[in-house]
Design a protein. Structure first.
Length: 282
């Protein structure tokens, strides 16, 4: 796809929050009597980049909104508030309703059996995974999706903390994306995540089904505990998603997750396995 076509596509696809950010940035720049080059210089960007922001030729980045707040925000927090709205707009449509729920959760019980769960992906692993998908996304859309996925990691350090349980199929650790080096860095990152106090990490071994029981046969599973201590289930496959609130169904999913976790290696065995695959010294 050519640059001109990509820019035209972004102008068409830009959401209300991105359009509002572009309009407010332009009006506040003009109010301050700054040219695009002058504003760009104060923010560490070129005048062309500011022009692309104001005309929606390029998606506004999270970093740019942070710098707009510093230079034009005047302590109002307006661009900081827009950051959250723009982040949501950049997410895949089927994920937008779930994203705010995930960020407010007090507990997440996650099972992934094909790729590393999005919350635990490195930037390069996510980029290789997204760019290699079908239909092939534009480079600009790849960066939007990577940025949105990385923003989810704020949950790891949130106060009060969220307890995050992840059961990952062993086969996921052996399925590289991008390059072998990207996969090695992803494994190292999983080791770092597993050592967090608010993360409970287990691996479901490939041989788990040999004992006659295997609860992971129905695919990936996300069970969420809300601040009100209700439970929800989020399922996503083939670009479609389902947010389930029916108490009986969620109860079944919660019980199934407990079985998956019980059939997995214990946390110490799991950590040792992934350290060995990553080549990390304990």
């Amino acid at each position: 796809m050519g640059i001109a076509m990509a820019r035209a596509e972004n102008k068409e696809s830009a959401g209300p929050a991105a359009r509002m950010a572009a309009q407010v940035a332009k009006r506040m720049r003009v109010k301050k009597g700054l040219t695009q080059d002058q504003l760009g210089a104060q923010m560490g960007y070129t005048g062309a980049a500011i022009s692309a922001l104001e005309t929606l030729a390029q998606p506004v980045s999270d970093e740019m909104l942070t710098k707009l707040e510093l230079v034009l925000g005047e302590g109002t927090g307006i661009f900081e508030e827009m950051r959250e709205l723009v982040r949501l707009e950049k997410l895949p449509r089927q994920f937008r309703d779930y994203a705010p729920i995930e960020q407010k959760a007090v507990g997440l019980s996650l099972y992934a059996n094909h790729v590393v769960h999005g919350l635990f992906q490195t930037e390069e692993y996510a980029r290789a995974l997204i760019a290699g998908g079908y239909p092939e996304p534009t480079p600009e859309r790849v960066e939007e999706l990577v940025e949105g996925r990385m923003a989810r990691k704020a949950l790891f350090d949130r106060k009060p903390p969220c307890l995050i349980e992840l059961v990952l199929e062993e086969s996921v650790l052996e399925r590289p994306y991008g390059t072998e080096e990207i996969m090695r860095e992803q494994l190292v990152y999983l080791v770092e995540c597993a050592r967090r106090r608010n993360v409970h990490f287990q691996i479901l071994a490939k041989r788990a089904g040999l004992g006659g029981e295997y609860a992971g046969d129905r695919g990936e599973l996300n069970v969420i505990e809300t601040p009100d201590h209700d439970r929800l289930t989020f399922l996503e496959i083939q670009g479609e998603s389902l947010l389930i609130t029916d108490r009986a169904k969620v109860s079944t999913h919660t019980q199934r997750y407990a079985k998956i976790r019980a059939q997995a290696l214990d946390p110490r065995e799991s950590l040792s396995l992934i350290e060995r695959l990553a080549g990390v010294q304990t």
